[in-house]
Design a protein around this ligand. Structure first.
Ligand code: HSC
Length: 698
C-alpha cells in the first residue's frame, strides 16, 4: 500500500480511501495503492465487498495531468480499471464532488455507483487534446447508448448527479457522508445478494451513422481533433468486442497523446491557473471589496457593472446626464435579462440585482462607500484626468482607483491624483460580462495590496487575470498592433484580406483579423493611425487604403460596409468589391508589383510577427513570463486554445526556425522585423519560452 490510499475494514466491507489532495488525481502512487488495496481485500476471506471513496473535495478529478508527456509508469490506469472490474468481490464507488476522466473511469470499473446529489461526473479529456483512455469510451456507451455517450465525450461536459442517474451512469443518489453512504449501499447490496455487474459484460450497443457523426464533430471542433477522434473510439465500442475495443481506444489515445494539440491544451490548462500565481502577491492581503463604482455607462461600463452585479457586488454607476443614465440603466437591464434568459439567475435574483444592488447616479458623492472605482469613459488623457480629479475628491481613503484605458499611460493618470499608490489599470475586454480576460496594469507607484485587490476582483468576477506593465497597448493590444501590421504589409505586397482571414480561421481563430476589424469598427484603427502619426518612425510602412473607406463614413459592421458588406438580417458579410481597387490604387502609388502568397507563408509571417513582439513584451518586463502572453492571447484575442498561445506555438515550431524566418523577413524590412533580443538569446542558449515559465515557477 502507498500512503495515498488508506485501507480499513468495516465489517465485511474493505474501504479504499483516496488521500491525494487537492482533487485525488490518479498519480502512480494512487494507482499502485488502489491495486495493492484490491489485492489485500481479495486476500481477506472476511471481506465480501470493496468500497472506493475519496477524501477531501472530490472523488477523483482524473489521471494526474502532470504525468502526461513523461514515460508511462505501472500500473497503468486502463489495467487498473479492468483489474477492479474483474475482482471476484463486489466493488462499489461512492462519489462526491467531481468524478472526471480517469476518476469516472475508475467508477465505471466498479460494479455499482452511488453519488451525492451535488456530485458531477464527466469525461472532459477532449479538452486536454486526448480521449478517455481507461475504458471510458467503451464502458460509458454500454450504459448510456451510443448517441448520449458521443455527446458526453465529445463535449466533455460535466453531468449533474440527477442526469447521470437518468442516463444510467450511476445507480443511486444518496445524501450524506460519502463513506457512510457508500458503506450503507454496499451492505444493502450484500444483504440483497446483488451480483457483480461488470459494465464490460453488457452487450454491444446500437450503431449510429458514424461517418456523419465524425464529420459533424470535426467541423464543430474548428480544427481541434480530439473530439472527432473520440467518436472513432466510441464507434469501436459498437463494432468490436470489449477487449478489442479497449485496444482500439488505447491506439487512438496514444495517437492523440503525441500531438502538438495535446501539448498546447495542457499548457493552457496549467497556465490559466498559474497566471495569477505571482511572487509579488504572496502574503499580500487584498483590500476588501463589496461596493464598486463604475464611471461611464457605455457598452464597456455597463458590461463591467453587469459582471460585478452577477458576482454579488454592489454597483454605483455614474453618468453625466439624464439621458446617459437612462441609457446605462437600459444596457445593464438588457445584460441581466440575457443572464435571466440563459438561466444564470432567477427572476428574484434578477430583480434584486437591478433594483437593490445597482444605483445609477449623476453625482460623484454617491461613490462615498465604494471600495474600488473603475473609470470607463472616453479614451482621452484630459478626460481621464478630469475624472480622476473628481474621484480623488469624492472617494474614501484606501479606495482603489482603476482606469479601464486600453492604451493610455497609467503612470500619467496616477500622477494626476494625490494618491498614485491607489491607482491601477483594470483593462476589461468587451463585452466585459462575457470576455474572460482582465489585464491588470501595474503602474510604477501602484501599492502591492492594490495589485492584490485587482487580482482578487478578477477572481470574484471569474476572469483570467494577467499582470501587465505600462506601455502603449499593454500586453494584448501592443502585440495585436504588430501582427495586424504584418497582415497589412502582406496586403500591400499582394495578399487579399479574404485570403488572410481564411488562413487564420483554418489555423483555429474564430474570426479572421479583417472580420474582427469590421466588428470592432474601422474608425478605431483609423483614429489610432492618426494618433500615432506624429511619432512614426520614418521606416514604418503604414497602409492607408482602408482610410479612404473610413473617409466615406464606412466603419465596418456598424455601418454595413467595411472589408465586407453586411446585409440586414444576414449573418456574416460578403467581400466588399471596393477593397481590391483601394488596395490596387495604393500599390500603384507606392510602385509595388503585387505577388502571390501561399497559405503557409501568410500564417508564418502573421505568427512570426506575433511571436517576435511577444518576446519583446517579455524582455521588457511588460509581461512577467511567456505564459502571461499566452493567456492574454487565448482569453482576449481568440487565439486557438489548442495551440496553447503564441509562445507555446513558437516552442512547438522550434525557436531556431522561427528566428531564422524573422531574420529572413528582416532582409526586406529591417525596422519592422528587428528580431527580439530575448528570442536570439534563447536560440543561442538552446532554450525555450517554456523554460522561462518553469524558472519563474521555482
Ligand atoms: C484523464 O483522466 C485521462 C484518462 O482518461 C486516461 C488516462 C490513461 C492513461 C493510459 C496510458 C496507457 N491532474 O482547477 P482547480 C490541480 S485526463 C493534476 O484550481 P477547481 C490543478 O492544477 C484528466 N492536477 O480547482 C490545481 O493545482 P494548483 C481528466 C490537477 O475547484 C488544483 O488541482 N480530468 C488535476 O476550480 C485545483 O484545481 C480533467 O480534465 C488533474 N487531473 O476545479 C479534470 N485536476 O492548485 C481537470 C486538477 O497547483 N480538472 N488539478 O493550481 C478540473 O476540471 C478542475 O481542476 C476541477 C477542480 C473541476 C477538478
Amino acid at each position: 500500500m502507498t500512503d495515498k490510499i488508506a485501507y480499513e475494514t468495516h465489517g465485511p466491507v474493505a474501504v479504499l480511501r483516496l488521500q491525494n489532495p487537492p482533487v485525488n488525481a490518479l498519480s502512480q502512487q494512487v494507482r499502485q495503492g488502489l491495486s495493492d488495496g484490491m489485492d489485500r481485500a481479495e486476500a481477506d476471506d472476511a471481506v465480501q465487498a470493496v468500497l472506493i471513496v475519496g477524501d477531501g473535495r472530490a472523488f477523483i478529478a482524473g489521471a494526474d495531468i502532470k504525468e502526461f508527456g513523461k514515460p508511462l509508469t505501472e500500473p497503468n490506469l486502463p489495467d487498473l480499471c479492468t483489474r477492479i472490474e474483474s475482482s471476484p468481490k463486489l466493488v462499489v464507488a461512492s462519489m462526491h464532488g467531481v468524478s472526471l476522466g480517469g476518476g469516472l473511469e475508475v467508477a465505471l470499473g466498479c460494479h455499482y455507483r452511488v453519488a451525492q446529489p451535488t456530485a458531477r461526473v464527466g469525461l472532459p479529456e477532449v479538452h486536454l487534446g486526448i480521449l478517455p483512455g481507461a475504458g471510458g469510451t467503451q464502458r460509458l456507451p454500454r450504459l448510456t447508448g451510443a448517441q448520449k455517450a458521443v455527446e458526453a465525450i465529445t463535449t466533455g461536459r460535466h453531468i449533474k448527479a440527477a442526469e447521470a442517474l437518468e442516463l444510467g451512469i450511476i445507480d443511486r443518489i444518496e445524501e450524506g457522508d460519502p463513506l457512510e453512504v457508500g458503506l450503507a449501499y454496499a451492505q444493502d447490496l450484500l444483504s440483497q445478494g446483488a451480483p457483480r455487474r461488470p459494465v464490460s459484460a453488457l452487450p454491444n450497443l446500437e450503431g449510429i451513422d458514424w461517418d456523419a457523426t465524425y464529420d459533424n464533430v470535426l467541423r464543430k471542433g474548428r480544427g481541434q481533433i480530439s473530439p472527432a477522434t473520440a467518436v472513432r473510439a466510441v464507434q469501436a465500442a459498437s463494432e468490436l468486442p470489449f477487449e478489442k475495443g479497449i485496444k482500439r481506444e488505447r491506439e487512438l489515445f496514444m495517437e492523440l497523446m503525441n500531438t502538438d494539440q495535446r501539448k498546447g491544451l495542457i499548457h493552457a490548462f496549467f497556465n490559466e491557473r498559474a497566471v495569477s500565481n505571482l511572487p509579488e502577491l504572496k502574503g499580500v492581503d487584498p483590500r476588501p471589496v463589496q461596493t464598486i463604482g463604475v464611471i461611464g455607462g457605455g457598452t464597456m461600463g455597463a458590461g463591467i457593472a453587469t459582471a460585478a452585479l452577477l458576482s454579488g457586488l454592489n454597483v454605483v454607476l455614474i453618468e453625466m446626464t439624464d439621458d446617459a443614465a437612462t441609457g446605462a440603466h437600459k444596457r445593464i437591464a438588457g445584460n441581466l435579462a440575457g443572464a435571466l434568459k440563459r438561466g444564470k439567475i432567477n427572476q428574484e435574483k434578477h430583480d434584486a440585482l437591478l433594483n437593490v444592488a445597482l444605483e445609477v447616479s449623476q453625482n460623484y458623492d454617491s461613490l462615498r462607500d465604494a471600495d474600488l472605482v473603475i473609470e470607463a469613459v472616453y479614451e482621452d488623457m484630459d478626460v481621464k484626468k478630469e475624472v480622476f480629479g473628481k474621484l480623488d475628491a469624492a472617494c474614501k481613503p484606501g479606495c482603489v482607483l482603476a482606469t479601464n484605458t486600453s492604451y493610455l499611460d497609467v503612470n500619467e493618470i496616477a500622477a494626476s491624483t494625490a494618491r498614485p499608490a491607489d491607482v491601477i489599470g483594470l483593462h476589461f475586454f468587451s463585452p466585459a460580462h462575457v470576455m474572460k480576460l482582465l489585464e491588470i496594469v501595474v503602474a510604477d507607484r501602484t501599492a502591492p495590496d492594490v495589485v492584490a485587490t485587482g487580482f482578487a476582483l478578477g477572481k470574484m468576477l471569474g476572469k483570467v487575470s494577467v499582470r501587465a506593465g505600462v506601455c502603449d497597448g499593454f500586453i494584448g493590444n501592443r502585440i495585436l498592433a504588430v501582427y495586424r501590421t504584418a497582415a497589412d504589409h502582406m496586403i500591400l505586397d499582394g495578399a487579399s484580406p479574404y485570403h488572410i482571414d481564411k488562413v487564420l480561421k483554418d489555423f483555429g481563430f474564430a474570426m479572421g483579423p479583417f472580420e474582427v476589424a469590421d466588428l470592432a469598427g474601422l474608425d478605431i484603427g483609423w483614429a489610432t493611425r492618426k494618433r500615432k502619426a506624429p511619432d512614426r518612425h520614418p521606416q514604418e510602412r503604414v497602409p492607408t487604403y482602408i482610410d479612404r473607406l473610413c473617409e466615406q463614413g464606412h466603419f465596418g459592421q456598424k455601418t454595413g460596409e467595411g472589408y465586407y458588406v453586411y446585409e440586414e438580417g444576414k449573418r456574416g458579410g460578403t467581400p466588399n468589391p471596393k477593397i481590391p481597387d483601394l488596395i490596387a490604387a495604393e500599390q500603384a502609388e507606392l510602385g509595388i508589383t503585387p505577388r502571390d502568397f501561399t497559405d503557409a507563408e501568410i500564417l508564418r509571417r502573421y505568427m512570426c510577427a506575433m511571436v517576435n513582439e511577444s518576446a519583446k513584451v517579455v524582455e521588457e518586463g511588460i509581461a512577467a513570463r511567456p505564459l502571461d502572453v499566452d493567456m492574454t492571447l487565448l482569453f482576449g484575442y481568440g487565439f486557438p486554445r489548442y495551440w496553447g498561445g503564441p509562445m507555446k506555438w513558437a516552442d512547438i515550431q522550434g525557436l531556431p526556425s522561427v528566428l531564422a524566418d524573422i531574420e529572413r523577413y528582416a532582409a526586406e524590412d529591417a525596422w519592422f522585423w528587428a528580431p527580439a533580443d530575448l528570442l536570439k538569446k534563447l536560440v543561442a542558449e538552446g532554450r525555450t519560452f517554456d523554460d522561462l515559465n518553469k524558472e519563474a515557477a521555482q
